[in-house]
Design a protein around this ligand. Sequence first.
Ligand SMILES: Cc1cc2nc3c(=O)[nH]c(=O)nc-3n(C[C@H](O)[C@H](O)[C@H](O)COP(=O)(O)OP(=O)(O)OC[C@H]3O[C@@H](n4cnc5c(N)ncnc54)[C@H](O)[C@@H]3O)c2cc1C
Length: 398
Amino acid sequence: MTARAHRSARAPGHDDDYDAVIVGGRVAGAATALLLARRGHRVLVLDRDRYGRDTLSTHALMRPAIVQLRRWGLLDRVVAAGTPPVRRVVFHYGDDPLPIDIAEPLYAPRRTVFDRILVDAAAAAGARFRFGVRVDDVLRDGGRVVGVRGRDRDGAAFTVRATVTVGADGRNSLLARRVGATVTRATTTRSAVLFGYWTGVEAAGYEWCFGSGTTGGLIPTNHDQVCVWAGMPTERFHALRGGREAAMHAILAETTPDVARRVAAGRRSGPIRGFPGQDGVMRRPWGPGWALVGDAGYFKDALTSHGMTDALRDAELLVRALDGVLSGREPEAPALSGYERRRDDLSIEFFDATARVATYDWDLRQVQADHLALSSAMQREARALTALDDVVLGSAAP
Ligand SMILES: Cc1cc2nc3c(=O)[nH]c(=O)nc-3n(C[C@H](O)[C@H](O)[C@H](O)COP(=O)(O)OP(=O)(O)OC[C@H]3O[C@@H](n4cnc5c(N)ncnc54)[C@H](O)[C@@H]3O)c2cc1C
């Protein structure tokens, strides 16, 4: 039975019926919804959070993300939201700066800005969103996933049926657990980060700092703020005593004194947030009636700031596969295994280099070598995305 035929054979008594139900409405989920809706598919996105709420993440976008946002017609919206262009990246190895000017700017929109841009674009393309609803489980018909069940904000139970159920529910994905997605690659290295927002800090662009067992950085963002972060091994994070701001200043001073001085001259606005780290994992991102995208299928340490970029990439790779399935042009298994191969081919080098950097078990020469590996993986990724045709953009693309 084809995926579509399976839907017409479903039992009555369901609440709703879609081509795709997507759990999670942030970078991966909203981007997947946008592209599916632009191809004319009926999409529902469910998220337990509120629309546009901030989340535990810094937000530096890298070159491949910029390539895609431009193709999707969304880069102008990021710029129009007042996101400052980043025209220079400075790597500091200790107090030794290595500035790199970039021809085309990068951007680091706050998640409160960026996630809304994606959701609004997807909704304008016809995707439906329900926020404040929690998905508890998948629905099954034999061995196939045929939708989800959950509870709305008043605690009322609901079910949604769909030809395909997409888990875009982040690094602790419930969907991945419920479908038993196989882990295909994993790391046991994790690193921690503290971050917050400052005004009055001079930043040349993205500034990435590497010391001996510590890291840090500056990310210029909306509202004339700079996101300041300080990274460390997870063990040090758990051993921190005293205030987080003092810990950040100490780590930055150990890493790159010049950057620490510039941060000290600014003023913090808002709380400092901490992330203790989580092991990296790649999961098989598909099975009968289901797919995973974004962190749900592939999470790597935050230290290389690449999760959002990869979530956007994988949204497009997944939609390219799903469009053929939902339109009845292609059988599900070969289409979705093609998505997995493409994702893995573009990810593994980056995943492994990220795991090495996250150990903090390097000297400055070794970490520079890993940066070259990361940079070449990123260039390959950007080239692959630039070479994609515009098929998935659909007629509604600007
Ligand atoms: C500290 C830190 C710093 C980072 N810095 C960067 C950076 O600078 N640049 C970068 O590119 N990446 C960065 N990342 C990674 C980035 O945050 C993720 O890769 C990105 O958010 C993944 O997007 P996603 O849509 O897959 O998942 P998420 O953004 O996690 O969204 C998942 C959504 O699913 C919803 N959800 C989960 N479970 C359910 C459920 N059961 N029912 C309903 N809804 C559910 C959640 O409410 C959430 O809105 C960082 C991560 C961390 C932790």
